[in-house]
Design a protein around this ligand. Sequence first.
Ligand SMILES: Nc1ncnc2c1ncn2[C@@H]1O[C@H](COP(=O)(O)OP(=O)(O)O)[C@@H](O)[C@H]1O
Ligand SMILES: CC(=O)N[C@@H](CCC(=O)OP(=O)(O)O)C(=O)O
Length: 292
Amino acid sequence: MKIVLLPSEIATVLVEALPYIREFAGKSVVVKLGGAAIDRESDLALAQDVLLLRSVGVRCVLVHGGGPQVDAMLRRVGKEPEFRDGLRVTDAETLEIVRMVLVGKINRDLVATINSQAGSEPVAVGVSGEDAGLLTVTPADSAFGFVGNVTDVRAELIHRLLDDGLTPVISTVGADASGQPYNVNADEAARAIAVAMHAEKIVYLTAVPGLLEEANDERTLIPRLTSAELRERLKSASVGKGMIPKLKACADAVDQGVNFAHIIDGRVHHSLLIELLTDHGVGTMVRKEKSW
Ligand SMILES: Nc1ncnc2c1ncn2[C@@H]1O[C@H](COP(=O)(O)OP(=O)(O)O)[C@@H](O)[C@H]1O
Ligand SMILES: CC(=O)N[C@@H](CCC(=O)OP(=O)(O)O)C(=O)O
């Protein structure tokens, strides 16, 4: 159903955005798109949001995951995905598939989608954490295989792309000092990027409305909490697998200088714009101190 707004209502919506545009212009916002929320139609709406934010001066960076898509490709080649503590156990063959799917497929598709909406000025640039030392990692516990923890982010490379009017789209494969690639959890990589960029906000787009009191009941959305409250919640049994790295990343992001972290529903078209540029808070907001 298409809702038709009166011209005066459209003007009201635009004017409502004005203070938010003023607040965020010139600031960096890291948007992490989870594999669970990747879908042709919603990616198109997200591409429009990112371009609109860029055009009003928000320094928007898109970081993507792709866990379910990697699972599907592993199964196609006859390998069963294996996780420990929410991290993929990554042997050499799995690492090849992770790179193929994240860097070779999802990153390319997102760049193409953004550029398809950009008119005569294609602005999206795909980069992998392996490129020019963007994400340096050290190996995590050897039980995980080729899984790395981010130890350094060359944030100046991202800022240079943004200064040139480009929109970076980042795959979260990192490399160690010798150039060996490692698989990195995308929630954690996005956190490291946001902290290194001194971002104002990090926004996680996923396939639920936000953090839920009861994981299976969307009516139990928790609209806002502090990082300390979030760390308490992490101990609770109602927080399941995929949400654990996301919550930890949100708490760490705000404790390490990012002003706001949000978990919002990537399935809802234009949820990013609604979060940033309207009076309607959506999803779950995390801050270091209570500010409400
Ligand atoms: N308390 C909770 N609130 C919301 N989601 C939860 C909770 N516990 C577990 N989850 C699960 O976490 C998933 C999000 O993580 P994940 O599937 O890894 O997403 P992404 O691909 O976006 O990183 C949700 O789809 C939901 O099934
Ligand atoms: C080490 C590790 O677990 N890496 C993740 C990277 C992708 C990811 O995090 O994707 P989502 O954001 O869709 O979950 C993986 O291989 O699935």
